[in-house]
Design a protein around this ligand. Structure first.
Ligand SMILES: Cc1cc2nc3c(=O)[nH]c(=O)nc-3n(C[C@H](O)[C@H](O)[C@H](O)COP(=O)(O)O)c2cc1C
Length: 170
């Protein structure tokens, strides 16, 4: 599968089979995070792989009851371990770095036939308590990971001419 095929065909998956994720596939997905770029190549991140059923249930609660998170056999919780570094452009590096790594994992998962769904609606404090995450570490996102139990949904996107301009902001 080429990159554009993965980008254009991937959609969020909100129903999962109980089928376990093969270890070699999981490792490749985590490798995609490891190899992704980061500000000054600092790699200040940690990816927590959660398989324990009870812990996944707790994460569902932390994510306002989004039950499909607990249906998937794996949940990956993506953290920034250094929240203080601000790039020259004014953006915190960790949100950008961890988001890129998550995007790479999501595309790699798709190529391997696995579904994901970026989860931004979660209570960070509760998530940190569940997973024993230190106070200074920030949770940027989580995603369930597993085999989809739903047909691919349609992609609804703005047209290119609505989001692109040339030479100056219009
Ligand atoms: C930053 C971010 C946060 C999101 N949070 C959630 C979430 O908490 N729950 C959920 O079901 N989907 C969530 N999504 C998925 C979006 O709803 C989805 O990507 C968007 O509707 C486009 O659909 P697609 O992923 O199927 O192409 C999130 C996506 C992003 C990028």
């Amino acid at each position: 599968m080429d990159v554009f095929t993965a980008i254009s065909q991937r959609t969020s998956v909100r129903a999962y089979k109980v089928t376990p994720v093969e270890e070699d596939k999981l490792k490749k997905i985590l490798e995609a995070a490891r190899l992704s770029p980061s500000s000054s190549n600092r790699q200040e991140w940690k990816f927590i792989v959660v398989k324990n059923k009870e812990t996944r249930k707790k994460l569902v609660n932390a994510a306002f009851g989004q039950s499909f998170i607990g249906e998937a056999p794996v949940v990956i919780v993506a953290c920034g371990t250094e929240s203080k570094s601000i790039m020259a452009c004014g953006q915190p590096a960790y949100t950008v770095d961890v988001s890129i790594a998550c995007a790479f994992m999501i595309l790699q998962a798709y190529e391997l036939g696995l579904g994901t769904c970026w989860i931004g609606a979660f209570k960070e404090d509760e998530t940190k308590k569940i997973l024993n995450i230190p106070e200074n570490v920030r949770v940027v996102a989580m995603t369930p990971l597993g085999y989809p139990n739903q047909p691919p949904s349609d992609k609804s996107r703005k047209r290119l001419d609505q989001i692109v301009c040339f030479e100056k902001y219009e």
